[in-house]
Design a protein around this ligand. Structure first.
Ligand code: GAR
Length: 212
């Protein structure tokens, strides 16, 4: 068996959430933090969009928030460097992409190896990228779902942590399939973060093992 490249820390973690929109995955994770299911605190909720509903929801829950307009930065690395700086200043253990609709730069990934996670609304490696629920319907797959994974420089190609599947129904629309997948997202994303801070995720080669 491959040697372990990484084992997640067992500790009370400090989380930074990056989001661009509604923020329902962020809320599901925060709910699990509040019940104590996840041993961590959300130290910062960050958005590239000042008017993201998820940011307002975070404020309403009394969390620290921040938004930065990418247009005010000369290029993508400069923007991501600012995010890296904010994360380091707060001693963040895990960065959670929750509907963050910007591609993170390789420099960002390298700054936090195995410390950035994402959720994707398809069964990776099928349907990376955007508009994946419609693409799954158009392709004719019978099953789709969602995937949590570590973030690596190649988009949607990092090591898979958890997946959940849902059937694709004949009368599905993009919205109806997305809604069925979202129900599962709200289960596997909090579970991913829970396992992370229980020190139970071990990476060997491409594979993530869940320790007892
Ligand atoms: C979720 O379905 C998530 O999987 C997807 O955006 C939605 C965000 O919803 N993410 C991606 O497509 C990433 N490429 P939310 O803001 O309610 O969590």
């Amino acid at each position: 068996m491959d040697e372990a490249l990484f084992r997640s820390p067992r500790k009370h973690g400090r989380i930074m959430v990056l989001l661009s929109g509604r923020g329902s995955n962020f809320l599901a994770i925060h709910d699990a933090v509040r019940t104590g299911a996840i041993d961590a605190e959300i130290a910062l909720v960050f958005s590239n969009k000042a008017d993201a509903p998820g940011l307002a929801a975070a404020q309403a829950r009394g969390l620290e928030t921040m938004s930065l307009d990418p247009k005010l930065f000369p290029d993508k690395p400069a923007y991501d460097n600012e995010i890296i700086r904010e994360a380091r200043a707060r001693e963040i253990d895990l960065i959670i992409l929750a509907g963050y609709m910007k591609i993170v730069t390789p420099g960002f990934c390298d700054a936090f190896p195995y410390r950035i996670v994402n959720i994707h609304p398809a069964l990776l490696p099928a349907f990376p990228g955007l508009h994946v629920q419609q693409r799954a319907i158009d392709w004719g797959v019978r099953w789709s779902g969602c995937t949590t994974h570590f973030v690596a420089a190649e988009v949607d190609a990092g090591s898979i942590i958890l997946q959940a599947s849902v059937p694709v129904l004949q009368d599905d629309t993009e919205d109806s399939l997305a809604a069925r997948i979202l129900i599962e997202e709200h289960k596997i994303y909090p579970e991913t973060v829970r396992l992370y801070f229980q020190g139970r995720l071990e990476v060997r080669g491409r594979r993530v093992f869940i320790l007892e």
